[in-house]
Design a protein around this ligand. Structure first.
Ligand code: NAI
Length: 245
């Protein structure tokens, strides 16, 4: 059981999710990670979280599979007692021009990014309603707002997350549950590492601030949306893109 507030971060073992998890740990939360694998990187992240004072554990599960989601959330509730904050961060890309995207590329991206977010939220809602408190922060993307060549599946999934966010905000607001989305631009992580230097330079030229964002910068915004400083904000989508859009 946890004496502190409990935050769950999907895909929290690396990248943006890791920095989000660390931010909550430093702010006094017990932070739980849900991820696909417990590799060396994931183990190191859990150690860092513990060093920051959090009672942390990684639960293995695929957020796009309902039975796994329900099983993991049940296990977290058993171990920690409750959940206060859910950060739907896990996501994947399978980029290609639409003509070259296979049905399985399309299904995979929408299933993880959109349906996974919906299943995780659904699994936590009863707890949030019972305690009349819940903070949900969904990681969308700026390309869910403005689109992007080569990312038809991904941009559709992230636009879907925005519609979902606004609906959850409306359905559960009266239970003191807020649901907001952040829409990052180009953030330095493994997801963007794979791009060519040329492609990176082309994007950087369109960013008003002239540089890529860092996972820490996204983490600060996510934390704000789950903190007491933002109690009257719900159904909102906040871009964090250095002016890209
Ligand atoms: P990443 O690839 O570094 O990390 C993603 C994490 O999610 C990994 O730990 C991975 O194992 C986990 N994951 C993937 N599929 C999963 C599943 N089915 N079940 C459970 N865990 C799963 O990615 P990054 O860059 O940290 O992205 C995090 C989120 O931010 C994603 O939703 C991404 O779409 C979004 N985002 C990233 C941007 C960027 O520039 N890096 C820009 C805008 C949005």
């Amino acid at each position: 059981m946890s004496e502190k507030k409990v935050a769950v971060v999907t895909g929290g073992s690396r990248g943006i999710g890791k920095e989000v998890a660390l931010k909550f740990a430093r702010e006094g939360f017990d932070v739980v990670i849900i991820d696909l694998f417990e590799d060396e990187e994931a183990k190191a992240t859990v150690e860092e979280l513990k060093a920051a004072g959090s009672k942390s554990k990684i639960y293995l599960g695929d957020i796009s599979k309902e039975d796994q989601v329900d099983g993991v959330v049940e296990a977290i509730l058993k171990d920690y007692g409750t959940i206060h904050v859910l950060v739907n961060n896990a996501g994947i890309t399978k980029d290609n021009l639409l003509l070259r995207q296979t049905a399985s590329d399309i299904t995979a991206v929408i299933t993880v990014n959109l349906i996974g977010t919906m299943l995780m939220t659904k699994a936590c809602l009863r707890t949030f309603m019972r305690q009349k408190y819940g903070r949900i922060v969904n990681i969308s993307s700026v390309v869910g707002i403005i689109g992007n060549k080569g990312q038809a599946n991904y941009s559709a999934s992230k636009a879907g997350v925005i519609g979902f966010t606004k609906t959850v905000a409306q359905e559960y607001g009266k239970k003191n549950i807020t649901c907001n989305a952040v829409a990052p631009g180009f953030i330095e992580t493994r997801m963007t590492e794979a791009m060519t230097d040329e492609a990176k330079a082309a994007i950087a030229g369109n960013i008003s601030l002239g540089r890529y964002g860092t996972p820490k910068e996204v983490a600060n915004l996510v934390y704000f949306l789950a903190s007491d400083q933002s109690e009257y904000i719900t159904g909102e989508v906040i871009r964090i893109d250095g002016g890209l859009a």
